[in-house]
Design a protein around this ligand. Structure first.
Ligand code: APR
Ligand code: PHB
Length: 389
């Protein structure tokens, strides 16, 4: 097989890139190791920056998002049994849209299917060959048969556990990582959200987050020990703990119910540099991971896709390598700012096992400064709604 761009990974990054390229007449083949059902079964964050919304509009995949998504002009932050609001629209003129990442992925699959996009599912043994040459190719097996795709470029959109990042020699690659000493226990429940907007809560018992998917589907998280397993937590235990971590007036109106999904996610900050090696380009989780505190995972994947898509269009339409040559530098410049914000917001909202009394005083002073200072709220709002591409 031959294609212009071989895309490894059929998650949001790979699908969005494939659809955008298709609309500019640039063909690609997506290789996904799972089934579509498995990919669509993943529960992930649900806050979209305007940059991602615009990309989805460009890709012709934003109709349902606009019909079913929730425009949020701000978010709530609670500590010490009080709550204050960060007004995104007042400080930046832009809101965010709350819309499940699973739905974004579903919309992207629908668009690729409607366009007759070439997606190979349940592929195995994907290997990247000749990324540092002008004639790279990818091999893989499917249903026991070995296949080869000759291509101009390879987009590594295969997430943190994929093969793409590992295909860049360690003599070239530099990795930066921070592992957080706790996880997030999350549940999905068919109950009305406790508030109109998200509540990020810092409490003496740890972090909690009240989020939502629609008026009868809520998403809640509590900070938990790394040693915890979902089965250690009954629904009742979860609800009781959540109520202890949010302001009493919110706890009183919290509607509880059976969990329809319960899982624990570890928290990590991670970046690999560079994001390009020859004709291989890393996008999204293949290159970087953020703690979910700022909901930046999908949104940083989106800006990577934007830069790579622009660079590839420049190459094929204007015979210019300027875009692909500057891809890694441009993508990393925005990624590191998102990493900083996600690290800062995580440091602000969680209780750390090794936190000294002084550290705690600093955390509470930072929260008090954010509550009372307009410039601090402006900076928070600008980062939360998404820095410019
Ligand atoms: N071969 C083919 N596909 C692979 C391989 C492989 N060797 N390894 C992983 N994959 C697939 C995974 O099954 C997954 O569907 O690559 C896809 C990567 O998707 P994501 O992990 O969702 O990463 P990305 O598309 O960059 O999306 C980033 O989505 O998953 C969230 O937290 C993530 O919010 C972030 C955003
Ligand atoms: C979610 O709705 O799953 C969500 C929202 C905001 C975050 C993280 C997760 O920061």
């Amino acid at each position: 097989m031959k294609t212009r761009v071989a895309i490894i990974g059929g998650g949001p990054s790979g699908l969005l890139l494939s659809q955008l390229l298709h609309l500019r007449g640039i063909d690609s083949i997506v290789l996904e190791r799972q089934t579509k059902e498995h990919v669509l079964g993943r529960i992930r964050a649900g806050v979209l920056e305007q940059g991602l919304v615009k990309l989805l509009e460009q890709a012709g995949c934003a109709d349902r998002l606009h019909a079913e998504g929730y425009v949020h002009d701000g978010t709530l932050i609670s500590y010490d049994n009080s709550m204050f609001r960060i007004d995104f629209t007042e400080h930046t003129g832009t809101p965010v849209i709350v819309y499940g990442q699973t739905e974004v992925t579903r919309d992207l699959y629908a668009a690729r299917d409607a366009a007759g996009g070439h997606i190979e599912f349940q592929v195995e043994d994907v290997v990247i060959h000749g990324a540092d040459t002008d004639a790279p190719h990818v091999t893989y097996t499917s249903q026991g048969q070995q296949h080869r795709i000759d291509c101009d470029f390879i987009a590594g959109c295969d997430g943190f556990h994929g093969v793409s990042r590992q295909s860049i020699p360690l003599t070239v690659r530099r990795e930066y990582e921070k592992i957080y000493p706790f996880g997030w226990l999350g549940i999905l429940s068919q109950t009305p959200p406790v508030a109109e907007e998200l509540i990020y809560a810092n409490s003496p018992r740890g972090f909690a987050l009240c989020s939502m998917r629609n008026e009868n589907l809520s998403r809640y998280y509590i900070q938990c020990a790394l040693s915890d397993k979902p089965e250690d937590w009954s629904d009742e235990d979860f609800w009781q703990e959540l109520k202890r971590r949010i302001p009493a007036d919110q706890a009183e109106k919290l509607v509880t119910g059976p969990s329809i999904e319960k899982s624990i996610a570890p928290l990590r900050s991670f970046v690999t540099e560079p994001m390009r090696w020859g004709r291989l380009f890393l996008c999204g989780d293949a290159a970087h991971i953020v703690p979910p505190t700022g909901a930046k995972g999908l949104n940083t994947a989106a800006s990577d896709v934007h830069y790579l898509y622009q660079g590839l269009c420049d190459y094929y339409e204007n015979d210019s390598t300027a875009g692909i040559d500057s891809y890694s530098e441009k993508a990393l410049a925005r990624i590191w700012k998102a990493e900083r914000f996600s690290w800062w917001f995580s440091s602000l909202m969680h209780r750390y096992p090794d936190q000294s009394e002084f550290d705690l005083k600093m955390q509470l002073a930072e929260l008090e400064f954010l509550r009372t200072n307009k410039s601090a709220q402006q900076a928070m709002a600008e980062n939360y709604v998404g820095l410019p591409y």
